[in-house]
Ligand binder design. Structure first.
Ligand SMILES: Cc1cc2nc3c(=O)[nH]c(=O)nc-3n(C[C@H](O)[C@H](O)[C@H](O)COP(=O)(O)O)c2cc1C
Length: 223
């Protein structure tokens, strides 16, 4: 089987969490004798090539970061650039999604998952399921073994998708756990809040942030 994988983040490939996760997914998918080709919407000059790959292939995976509870604008822009008359005349494609987000609870991704349940019908495609996973914010910040450990589970999910041809709802929920934090974790999280703030400040600095994390630059525009 040949799978076209489209990364739908506006973030540059080098800095993107989606790209790193997709690379692991590819490893698993190809480990059982399949082939893939990967495209990045962040590379706008390749959109025509991506559209051709989309029209000409039967199996497609859209991989995206969760942006404000749903899909990134760049993905919507790309989908709007497809030729829907042409799609309507074509054989139904098999379309699946991989969504990863920053917040750890799977419940944070459920709204987007619901939207993605509807989307393939608009593309004259069959929905092959959606893989969701939170807590991925720091993939690009982590280095070495810490990063490897974070994204290694996607190898297994790539292999599973290759073997089963779809994302099984129950297996996805198991993979995406926790659905909600337990009361104990919420309590502990409150206790460790000062430490977490320090870690976040360190991360922000690494990402090039020079101002305070408490800055509210748009506050003056709010009544
Ligand atoms: C504009 C923006 C909005 C985001 N909204 C959410 C969100 O609603 N929920 C969430 O869990 N993570 C959210 N995130 C975090 C990203 O989904 C997460 O960091 C992801 O791993 C980024 O992948 P990328 O590096 O490939 O873009 C947001 C990030 C950005 C930049």
């Amino acid at each position: 089987m040949h799978l076209v994988m489209i990364s739908c983040t506006p973030r540059a490939v080098k800095a993107s969490n989606t790209a790193k996760i997709l690379e692991k997914f590819r490893e698993g998918y190809e480990s059982v004798g399949n082939t893939t080709e990967t495209y990045y919407l962040a590379e706008r000059k390749s959109w025509e090539q991506i559209r051709v790959a989309y029209y000409e292939n039967e199996q497609v995976l859209f991989a995206l970061p969760l942006f404000v509870e749903c899909i990134p604008g760049i993905m919507m822009e790309f989908l709007e650039s497809l030729d829907y008359e042409r799609l309507a005349q074509m054989q139904k494609k098999h379309v699946a999604f991989l969504v990863q987000g920053g917040f750890a609870e799977a419940s944070q991704l459920r709204c987007c998952e619901k939207y993605l349940n509807m989307l393939p019908a608009y593309l004259n495609a069959e929905h092959m399921g959606t893989l969701i996973k939170g807590d991925m914010f720091s993939v690009s910040i982590m280095e070495g073994d810490a990063r490897k450990k974070m994204i290694a589970p996607f190898v297994q999910m790539g292999k599973l998708y290759a073997e089963e041809g779809h994302f099984d709802k129950e297996k996805v929920s198991e993979f995406a756990k926790p659905e909600y934090f337990s009361k104990r974790i919420i309590l502990l999280s409150g206790l460790f809040s000062p430490l977490r703030k320090l870690v976040m400040q360190g991360m922000a600095k690494k990402l090039g942030c020079k101002g305070s994390l408490m800055a509210k630059p748009y506050q003056r525009y709010v009544n």
